[in-house]
Design a protein around this ligand. Structure first.
Ligand SMILES: NC(=O)c1ccc[n+]([C@@H]2O[C@H](COP(=O)([O-])OP(=O)(O)OC[C@H]3O[C@@H](n4cnc5c(N)ncnc54)[C@H](OP(=O)(O)O)[C@@H]3O)[C@@H](O)[C@H]2O)c1
Length: 249
């Protein structure tokens, strides 16, 4: 493994059992990062860990539900116990059950708020004290192009959660002072399991069609994340927007 600004950094990734999180783990691992991978599906995480370990990449799995603050605190504690420090915390876990508001799928609105907003806040709460003690650290939050334009008529609540992620990221950046970095990534249509989240049949069909036409590989986002991490410590890449070239929205 070549020496670079990612090598030997301890990186926590939530939602690492599939999609962008898994691709990011594999990419950063190939650059020499030490990985702490969090999600609820431990069977998937363990298979990824076994594969990474077989390539001499140091990585552990921690069963985590980001909607539980105690799980997020335990995730940070486990990372510190295993590796002694945390350099980068990636709040990636997210869900996208889309539907028109008139369908009143209020339980899914609640779930999106819990995972996409509160999960990010709990991640910040878990890592910020450690970053402040060290006067060093890097938060990377995954928002969406749906935080640029409201994704009506099916993604209004999803957009609201991603506008929140962007607002939290910008506010955190302004608050934390000169030595803690904050990056928000706004991806467009990317290949992952997210397109299967919608339970409303009509919406699910249109999402499948849209993603089939436009999706780019999850590694595209992984490379953007690596770019933000590999900058010198006095450079903070605050925001990256990336889309498939074919996507207008
Ligand atoms: N794919 C796109 O087009 C796209 C575009 C813009 C932004 N994004 C964002 O990218 C992020 C990653 O999504 P993805 O596209 O890679 O979808 P994905 O393949 O469905 O991955 C979502 C990840 O989040 C985890 N997760 C969901 N609920 C969780 C919970 N309560 N606790 C812990 N982990 C949880 C899942 O793991 P478990 O189920 O194992 O817990 C999974 O690892 C999301 O924030 C999404 O909004 C995606």
């Amino acid at each position: 493994m070549s020496k670079n600004e990612v090598a030997n950094k301890v990186i926590v990734i939530t939602g690492a059992s599939s999609g962008l999180g898994e691709a990011t783990a594999r990419h950063l691992g190939s650059m020499g990062a030490k990985l702490v991978l969090a999600a609820r599906r431990t069977d998937k995480l363990n298979a990824i860990i076994a594969d990474l370990n077989s390539q001499n990449i140091e990585a552990i799995a921690v069963a985590t539900d980001v909607t539980r603050r105690s799980d997020m605190d335990a995730l940070a504690a486990k990372a510190l116990e295993q590796f002694g420090q945390i350099d980068v915390w990636i709040n990636n876990a997210g869900i996208m059950p889309l539907s028109p508001m008139s369908k009143l799928l209020v339980d899914e609105w609640d779930q999106m708020i819990d995972v996409n907003i509160k999960g990010v806040l709990y991640g910040i709460a878990a890592a910020l004290p450690h970053f402040q003690t060290r006067d060093s650290g890097h938060f990377i939050n995954i928002s969406s192009v749906a935080a640029r334009k409201v994704f009506a008529p099916i993604g209004t609540v999803y957009s609201a959660t991603k506008f929140a992620v962007s607002a939290i990221s910008e506010g955190l950046r302004a608050e934390v002072g000169p030595n803690i970095r904050t990056t928000v990534i706004l991806p467009g249509t990317t290949r992952s399991e997210l397109k299967h989240n919608s339970t409303d049949p009509e919406t699910a069909a249109s999402v499948q069609e849209f993603w089939k036409n436009f999706e780019i590989p999850a590694e595209s986002v992984a490379r953007a994340i690596a770019y933000a991490i590999e900058q010198p410590a006095d450079v903070d890449i605050n925001e990256i927007v990336l889309r498939p070239t074919a996507q207008e929205f």
